[in-house]
Design a protein around this ligand. Structure first.
Ligand code: GAL
Length: 446
């Protein structure tokens, strides 16, 4: 949107991100490839209605904070496995050193997740178009597994990672599998991701709970063949990996420091397009130990030196929700200065001079969806969004922050949508929120 100035100065986890066109960034199950000084983000393009394949998006950025929409790198196919009745997840792109081509790998499946395989697509340019080739073959046969990832070793060899811990080595042209490097060694262990520091490999993954979060864990080994040693959790126990699921680890090698960015997804079915968010956190790596000890709501990284810092939103710009007027419908005052409502269409509006406006909320087991609109001083709606107020445990956090806007008087309206996150897995088990509650804790203005 033209009224957004697009200059975020930090990585904000757990809030919807807007791209250069004012649309929500939809790139889940992602990976990042760096080319020259640009970072290319590939991920699942979602809708707010179902998990049917809707394409894979490509965005690019020079700072990891502001994302430019590049392309639908792989669109919905007219026929075949990735048509509008298929499922396509966890796209991962690597450039093949032997051919210079860009190869995208993905989990291709049927709706209902019954007949999976690892598929691939090929492009001449990093932004695509990627041409879908069907299944990746090992001895002429597809690899019939679901959650996948990729890893490119320092010598340029490419690997496919699969749930359970299978690792497959790619052929020279990256278009088939030459051999199995490691056999599955763990039950579950979805969303596989590997990174390497010095001579140690770290293998991260999640438990098997569908779109619901769990405490993700990791293994280490000195060779991709294994043996892999289980080391423990990635984040403090019970935080459910700060409410996220691993998708990729991005190393940033600066002139002074090297850091590893944990990239996770906070899913939100069915509103995966608007309300699923990104949990990107600095990962500390010391010997066999990796950790995300604290949740960094906002942090920045100098990509040339590699130095990172936390960014605290300036106090004094925060106003407790129970000190404000502007509530319509039935709202109840609660602990932590919250105002809460689960009455459909109940709303709260707040007007202020600002360049950024947003709110902190209390995520909770009965949290539902909140609709967001931002109007300018002329009363025009300049931004809309959806926020998921669910978490398995109560946690106050930043739930929405507008992009940097032109200086003006803005009105933010938060509306209770009377809907919630839920998911039924293939066994028929239901997970998700138990209510439609929206709890506002503080309004933030910058
Ligand atoms: C998760 C998996 C996701 C998606 C989801 C569907 O376990 O990691 O990629 O497939 O299940 O339920």
């Amino acid at each position: 949107m033209s009224s957004t100035a697009q200059k975020q100065n930090a990585i904000y986890s757990g809030v919807p991100w807007y791209d250069d066109q004012g649309n929500i960034v939809s790139a889940h199950g992602a990976n990042i490839v760096k080319e020259k000084d640009r970072y290319y983000l590939f991920g699942e393009r979602h809708t707010d209605t179902s998990n049917a394949f809707a394409g894979f998006n490509c965005y690019s950025s020079i700072d990891l904070y502001n994302w430019k929409f590049e392309s639908i790198a792989l669109p919905v196919q007219a026929t075949g496995k990735l048509d509008r009745n298929g499922v396509g997840e966890r796209p991962k792109v690597m450039q093949c050193p032997a051919t210079g081509e860009y190869i995208m790998y993905m989990h291709a499946d049927t709706m209902g997740y019954i007949i999976p395989y690892v598929g691939y697509a090929v492009a001449e340019k990093i932004t695509g178009p990627y041409i879908f080739q069907g299944p990746l073959l090992l001895n002429g046969k597809p690899v019939k597994k679901w959650d996948m990832g990729t890893f490119q070793d320092e010598d340029g060899t490419g690997y496919i990672l699969l749930h359970g811990g299978d690792i497959y080595k790619l052929s020279n042209d990256y278009k088939s599998i030459s051999e199995q490097t490691c056999k599955a060694f763990e039950k579950g262990f979805e969303s596989p991701a590997i990174f390497k520091k010095d001579s140690l490999y770290y293998f991260l993954g999640s438990d098997l709970t569908g779109w619901e979060r769990n405490d993700n864990y990791y293994f280490t080994a000195t060779s991709l063949n294994g043996p892999w040693t289980k080391r423990g959790l990635i984040a403090p126990p019970g935080t459910l990996t700060w409410n996220s699921q691993t998708t990729f680890v991005l190393p940033i090698k600066g002139s002074e420091e090297t850091h590893y960015i944990f990239m996770g997804d906070r899913w939100s079915f069915p509103k995966q397009a608007s309300a699923a968010t990104y949990i990107w956190q600095p990962l500390t790596v010391k010997g066999y130990d990796i950790a995300i000890p604290e949740y960094e709501g906002a942090w920045s990284i100098d990509l040339s030196t590699g130095r990172i810092s936390s960014q605290k939103i300036k106090p004094g710009k925060l106003i407790a929700a129970d000190k404000l007027n502007g509530y319509l419908g039935n709202w109840v005052q609660g602990a932590l200065s919250t105002m809460s409502s689960d009455e459909k269409n109940a709303s709260f509006s707040f007007t202020a001079k600002a360049t950024q406006i947003g709110f902190y909320g209390l995520a909770r087991p009965d949290g539902g969806y909140a609709g967001i609109t931002i109007k300018n001083s002329k009363g025009e709606i300049i931004l809309t969004g959806t926020v998921d107020m669910y978490a398995k445990y109560q946690m106050v956090g930043l739930k929405y922050l507008s992009p940097v806007l032109k200086k003006d008087t803005y009105t933010i309206t938060i509306t209770v949508l009377g809907e919630r996150w839920y998911w039924k897995n293939k066994k028929g088990d239901l997970s998700g929120s138990k209510g439609d509650m929206v709890s506002i804790a503080r309004i933030v203005m910058i």
